[in-house]
Design a protein around this ligand. Sequence first.
Ligand code: ATP
Ligand code: MG
Length: 440
Amino acid sequence: MNLPADVLNIISVLETNGHEAYAVGGCVRDCILGKVPHDWDITTSALPEQVKALFKRTFDTGIEHGTVTVLMQGVGYEVTTYRVDGKYEDGRHPKEVTFTASLEEDLKRRDFTINAMAYNDTKGLVDLFGGKEDLDNGVIRAVGNPTERFTEDALRMLRALRFSAQLGFEIEPNTYEAIKTLAPTLERISAERIQVELVKLVTSDHPEKIRDVYETGLTRIFFPEFDEMMGCDQINKHHQYSVGEHTIISMGLVPADKVLRLAMLLHDVAKPACKTTDENGQNHFKLHPIQGAKMARNILRRLKFDNDTTDKVCNLVTNHDDRPPITERNVRRMIIRVGQENFMDLLAIKRADCLAQSMYKREEKLKYVDDLETAFNSIIAAGDCLRIKDLQINGKDLIDLGVPQGTRIGEILKTVFDEVVEDPQLNNREYLLKRAKELI
Ligand code: ATP
Ligand code: MG
């Protein structure tokens, strides 16, 4: 295994001073898989104070848990003292952590066999629980007794599914059964920790593993709206899957970007609530995009997502099903509504939505999206005015014309902007000044 120079250096300094030290966890797993680890964690027998004394630049990341960050050429490496987690009294965090001199004890507290391996050049791979074999076979298996391990920390259940989505692995049957049994205890876990795992799962190569999150009973705890979608049939010629299955398929059809995957996950979230059946037994879902954006906002808030992500996702949910006739005017208005910077995302959402539906009118629907893209590109290429600040006049011009400072300025600019959106030819200074004078 090829450890980077900085990691070799940290390990060697610790060893030279009479301590043990290994690369551990995710980085060892990723190296064996031939992936480049995104960070390197080091586990050591040295106590935090001893680590701090041996390196020039360190800071206390989680010193109460034994973690010191060592800085090497601007890159931080987390160096954590071997530890045993104390009793978990609430299924969330250990009451206290105890340092230990035993690597084995440290590896035993880790969640899955594939995450419980350590490596250094002196000792080679330390694999006490068959992690290498599980990696080779594509298996996620709890270290030790899964029921005990999930009782200690309920988040591990969601982590199992997240790793299965990132790696395309299966969950070992006893581990899977324990998740099904203990799923309700996920309730004790904070929204912030759940969010981290959910994002990693939906932005993975296998977002369809969200189906297992549902089947184990975990979505019911933190995202019951998804269970509603899974149970919602769509009798209607546009569809051949339930709302939930359609959603799962559509997620796999957009790039692995957080906003796109979340928007796809939530685009039809209001369908169960908006479902009606007509006299021919056909289902309709009137106003589900608007209703869906409201629900999406609640869900994302509940899961403590930041405002920027929430706003972008809700914007895409609101607009996902808009299909105005394609005229330059309509498309300009649509760009203004959606935001030019979000428009390509909306096109990706629309294509995926369509491809996850039935074959009914598929060619026609895809052609519509292609035409929308063409119109978008030609409007952007023409440099049409799409924002008030792209007008050839501004507030200062109106003040010079004698409009007093205040809300009237904004109102006049908005009026001429709407006229310019109707007819881009009107965006010339001379005309707009004349028009503004009429409006004063
Ligand atoms: P990623 O690539 O997402 O960073 P990772 O395996 O490094 O994957 P982290 O959440 O960074 O995952 O955790 C680092 C290591 O700490 C894990 O590999 C595992 O050994 C251990 N670990 C993390 N969270 C838990 C937990 N809740 N219970 C037990 N062990 C854990
Ligand atoms: Mg990590």
